[in-house]
Design a protein. Structure first.
Length: 133
């Protein structure tokens, strides 16, 4: 078994696609409209779906926003340099909500950014000699 994708419901698909592709550097892998169901699915990621876990963005045509609730946490993305990733994301119009720095009570460098729908994305600086969790 392996993880295939995580699904997020988004209020404005084009705005979300711009964020995940232009700001976070993912690739739009596929997109399909389902006219009878009045929704669109778009899959984005850092590699093909055969070998990588990806993100499914679901846009229900008649819904322009969602309540995130208090059970959802975040998506995590490994980066080589969290400080530089924050600068790059801000330069591309992204919203950094927690600047890069050591996690509370630890040494792993993390940061948080927020997508247009309010979902949090954690950036974890990869240490090639450690298991980052």
């Amino acid at each position: 078994m392996r993880m295939l994708h995580t699904m997020l419901r988004v209020g404005n698909l084009e705005r979300s696609l711009q964020f995940y592709t232009d700001v976070l550097g993912m690739t739009l892998l596929r997109k399909r409209d389902y006219e009878e169901g009045r929704f669109t699915l778009a899959f984005v990621g850092y590699g093909d779906e055969k070998n990588h876990t990806v993100l499914e963005l679901t846009h229900n045509w008649d819904t322009d926003h969602y309540d995130l609730g208090n059970a959802y946490g975040h998506i995590a993305i490994g980066v080589e340099d969290a400080y530089q990733a924050c600068e790059d994301i801000k330069a591309r119009g992204g919203n950094v909500v927690r600047e890069a720095g050591p996690m509370k009570g630890g040494v792993t460098v993390i940061a948080f950014v927020e997508d247009p729908d309010g979902y949090k994305i954690e950036l974890i600086q990869l240490d090639k000699n450690a298991n980052n969790n």
